[in-house]
Design a protein around this ligand. Sequence first.
Ligand SMILES: [Ca+2]
Length: 236
Amino acid sequence: MGNRMTAWGALIGGALAIASAAPVFSQQPSVEAPPLLNASFESPEVTTPENDFPPENWSCFASKPGDKVGCTAKVKRTGSQSLVFKAPSAANGFEGASQEIVVTPSNRYGFTAYVIGDGSDKLGAGSIGQVHIEWRSADGKEISRVYGPTWDLNISSTRWERFFVEGDAPGNAASGLVVIMFYSKSSPGNGTFYVDDCEFIGIPPKNASPRRDSSTRMSGFLKTNSGSRPSRSESR
Ligand SMILES: [Ca+2]
């Protein structure tokens, strides 16, 4: 850890030295993103009996009526609640939650979600969870989407794992729809996972961010993700 920090410091320091000699960097556009609402799934407050608490500010959907995701007080990473995904009740089913956020065209954004499995209800073979971002035009039509890594029956049920996807908003994008999905292949009704502490961030352009040097953890992780095999994220 100590060595890594030292190496980071050297990289960042070196890049900053270059940046300070190039005035153009001081005029970088803002890359701030509007915050996700109810990102920790604390609202509405779940009461007993726990049965039907769709998260405020999120849109939930499912391939079969009656399947749904909702807030739960049984598991949480921060606060008192998380979002629970119970497996779709039919084979080849899906369900998900999404939230739309205004973006600046051509800016780069990232979406984070923390996920933990349920030790007593593991995902079935072929079932996966995944995060992605859909870019939408001003009239609400999807332009394109960028997929993040997937998780499956091997998701930990004892520690939260971080999943992250990032991409450039197209030049005609007005919004980004962040999405968390559960795809069930051949194990209807089997499997539960929980999601907490989502985040949507603006990412500085590559040439303006010393932290996006090729040897940092984040870009290394993204490189792994861009391969053919979806990768697990770092854990916390
Ligand atoms: Ca929470």
